[in-house]
Design a protein around this ligand. Structure first.
Ligand SMILES: Cc1cc2nc3c(=O)[nH]c(=O)nc-3n(C[C@H](O)[C@H](O)[C@H](O)COP(=O)(O)OP(=O)(O)OC[C@H]3O[C@@H](n4cnc5c(N)ncnc54)[C@H](O)[C@@H]3O)c2cc1C
Length: 452
């Protein structure tokens, strides 16, 4: 460690990116501090990916109970959800993970400060009333849900509160068309809540392949979600026992809960970045260069707070690249192309590479292969689910440039296909791969004739 500084690296925020950076830097013999003001593990562990996926599992049981009948199972009595058991078991599991994060940090040798940190200079951080000097400061403070202000907006909750509800509502209105909105629509609907998804745009998940987003919309409707597109809320009124949601059309709807999933903004407010002369975008996110350096050479930032790709594995990879740049060979890199991702809506969606719309813009000549079929589980199970798959191929090179799937296990399947796409696999490589039978995934290697 430099004698001039208390720390080689001071990390603000113990979320996905911050913890990985702190541990990796400490493992390289650096003196590291991490400050966390709320919860170890950050958004993903506490109010994001992990509790969300647990709730998705919970919400899928009614369909499984239903499907089991066609396979000969009967269930004496009615299946009833006890929300408090689900919520509290989830919280206990998250607390277990918080403990694991605590051990990871402790065992790495980094110092952990339990408190809110602020940047008080290019190489100084204040936390719990003490100022520490650091050769390098890393801002990994993540993001926070954004609810626009309008009459009654104080009655709406964000995704943060959804994980700790006292009671499950009977009727819920979810506002938004992004992945968090559609995921919560699936969760609440599956848990038996009358669910209304309200979005001002004309199609959900608009940054993804349009054909796939239309299939998801249809699938969600089939499962019972009430989807109101091109619909805007003007106000929310609170009556004695319910909320009244008023729409621009003049119509109103009573609801027990209104969830706004209308985006997230970078957590930079009051962080002191202005004092360190750091450039922010209008939305508060931090501008960084290819090495995650801000406009102040001793201060770096990564993860959701730089607003590139707001995903946990991306924040983690950025952290590893940064530590390699600062303390290693400097050879690690992150390529933001072909990042596989999933939306845990119901039906589930997995995707890697370009949408058909983006491919048409970037390539002169593409071939599109599609397949839509009933999954085997449904043959005896009797549900309405289907599986849709799509491959997009650049005809000039035969490279598969986009791969999308709606339906059961889409996330698991696309993770594997993501390796092939990342490695530059051609359609001929897909065709030469022997399928696994009987599986849904085998369809990806048996689509012979292009649809268009
Ligand atoms: C509902 C929901 C579902 C999601 N689902 C997925 C998913 O399925 N897959 C996926 O890949 N991603 C998902 N994400 C996104 C994922 O959670 C984020 O991309 C990821 O957590 C970003 O990591 P980060 O390190 O940048 O920030 P965070 O994990 O948000 O960590 C930032 C940490 O900094 C702390 N902090 C902030 N300011 C200060 C301060 N001044 N002093 C001290 N500490 C501070 C915060 O308390 C927080 O713990 C989801 C997000 C949400 C909200």
């Amino acid at each position: 460690m430099s004698e001039l500084f208390d720390y080689d690296l001071f990390v603000i925020g113990a979320g996905s990116g911050g913890v990985r950076a702190a541990r990796m830097a400490a493992s390289k013999g650096k003196k590291v501090a991490v400050a966390e003001e709320r919860y170890l593990g950050g958004t993903c562990v506490n109010v994001g990916c992990v509790p969300k996926k647990l709730f998705v599992y919970a919400s899928q049981f009614p369909e499984q109970f239903h499907a089991s009948k066609g396979f000969g199972w009967s269930q004496p009595g009615q299946s009833v959800l006890d929300w408090s058991i689900l919520r509290d078991n989830k919280t206990a599991e998250i607390e277990r993970l918080n403990g694991i994060y605590q051990s990871l940090i402790d065992n790495s040798g980094a110092d952990l400060f339990d408190g809110r940190a602020t940047v008080v200079g290019p190489q100084s951080v204040a936390v719990n009333g003490t100022t520490y000097s650091a050769k390098v400061i890393l801002v990994a403070t993540g993001g926070w849900p954004f609810i626009p202000e309008f009459p009654g907006s104080e009655h709406a909750v964000s995704s943060n509160e959804m994980f700790f509800l006292e009671q499950l509502p009977k009727t819920a209105v979810i506002v938004g068309g992004g992945y968090i909105a559609v995921e919560f629509a699936g969760i609440l609907n599956g848990l038996g809540v009358e669910t209304h998804l309200v979005y001002r745009g004309s199609n959900l998940l608009k940054s993804f392949d349009r054909e796939m987003s239309d299939k998801i919309t249809a699938g969600m409707r089939d499962k019972g979600v009430n989807i109101h597109l091109e619909t805007q809320i003007t106000s929310i009124e609170k009556n004695t026992d319910a909320l009244l949601v008023n729409f621009a059309s003049g119509q109103s709807m009573p609801a027990d809960l209104v969830l706004y999933a209308t985006g997230r903004i970078a957590n930079t407010d009051g962080l002191g970045l202005d004092k360190a002369g750091i450039g922010l975008r209008k939305d508060g996110s931090i501008v960084v260069d290819d090495h995650f350096r801000t406009s102040q050479p001793s201060i770096y930032a990564l993860g959701d707070v730089i607003d590139r790709v707001q995903l946990t594995p991306v924040a983690i990879q950025e952290a590893m690249v940064l530590v390699d740049y600062l303390y290693g060979a400097g050879e690690a890199f992150i390529d933001y192309d072909n990042i596989p991702t999933a939306v845990f809506c119901q039906p589930e969606f997995g995707t890697v590479g370009l949408s058909e719309e983006a491919a048409l813009e970037s390539f002169d000549n593409i071939a599109v292969y599609t397949s839509d079929f009933k999954p085997m589980l449904q043959t005896l199970g009797g549900g309405s689910d289907r599986i849709s798959m799509k491959l997009i191929v650049d005809k000039a090179t035969d490279n598969v440039i986009g791969c999308h799937m709606v339906g059961e296990h889409a996330a698991e399947i696309i993770q594997g296909i993501g390796i092939a796409v990342k490695a530059g696999a051609t359609k001929a490589d897909f065709d030469a791969t022997v399928g696994i039978h009987p599986s849904a995934a085998e369809e990806f290697v048996t689509m012979r004739e292009p649809t268009r």
